[in-house]
Design a protein around this ligand. Structure first.
Ligand SMILES: O=c1ccn([C@@H]2O[C@H](COP(=O)(O)O)[C@@H](O)[C@H]2O)c(=O)[nH]1
Length: 230
């Protein structure tokens, strides 16, 4: 059976746990995501171990954000790990994104528009007052213009962003919560089926699966629900 278009976020500070989760959920999903905590603690070994545990596609979610030269150097430093996706913040600007694209041409440089944890009040606090969608669309257009081949956005914004950037750009949505699941620190959320129906290409799901009593069963249930059989 084709794995579901889901990236499971391996958010743990223990590499053995990340490898165990990979073995449990890997057969059900297309992608495994290594985030900042795991990467900062273990470095390239985190990617190697997750791959050895069965991940075919690795999403390296480092959310780089610095001056172009620094981000270019950082992207070059991880390009040899051959992640399928590498994230940068779109708000780093055109030259920063171009530097990442040039440094890691085989990797999909993936620009994060507006973090799914941020609500309207947070956006006002950081000087982005107005609907999150406005900022997300603006940043999406900028990132694609700079060469990003994938975008991270809220599932609530995915349809409008698709209209903004057209086909051919992969839209990736965290902030996904199965019905009844805790929202945790996420704000702009939707259910897995809503995200897919809105046009997301890949859903990022972490805690609802990794904190389940049986992560393998939770991943299987999520995958089945996306096939319409759950
Ligand atoms: O806007 C963003 C960008 C990235 N993330 C990452 O996705 C996962 C979500 O995990 P959950 O446990 O399902 O909330 C996490 O690794 C974030 O760093 C995001 O949530 N929002």
């Amino acid at each position: 059976m084709t794995p579901a278009p889901v990236a499971i976020a391996l958010d743990t500070d223990d590499l053995a746990v990340a490898a165990r989760w990979t073995g449990q959920v890997g057969p059900h999903v297309s992608t495994l995501k290594v985030g900042l905590g795991l990467y900062l603690r273990y470095g390239p070994e985190a990617v190697a171990r997750v791959r050895a545990a069965g991940a075919e596609r690795v999403f390296l979610d480092l959310k780089l954000h610095d001056i172009p030269a620094t981000v270019g150097a950082a992207a070059a430093a991880v390009a040899g790990l051959a992640p399928h996706y590498l994230t940068v913040h779109a708000s780093g600007g055109t030259d920063m994104i171009k530097a990442a694209v040039a440094a890691a041409p085989e990797t999909k440089i993936t620009a994060v528009t507006v973090l799914t944890s941020l609500g309207e009040g947070d956006l006002a606090d950081i000087g982005l007052a107005g609907p999150a969608l406005d900022a997300a669309r603006r940043l999406a257009a900028l990132a694609v213009g700079a060469g990003a081949r994938a975008l991270v956005c809220s599932p609530r914004e995915v349809a409008a962003i698709r209209a903004e950037v057209g086909p051919g750009v992969e839209l990736i949505t965290p902030g996904v919560r199965p019905p009844g699941a805790a929202g945790d620190d996420q704000t702009r959320v939707a259910s897995p089926r809503e995200a897919l129906a809105a046009g997301a290409d890949l859903l990022v799901v972490g805690r609802p699966v990794t904190r389940a009593a049986d992560p393998a069963a939770a991943a299987a249930e999520l995958a089945a629900s996306l096939r319409g059989t759950g």
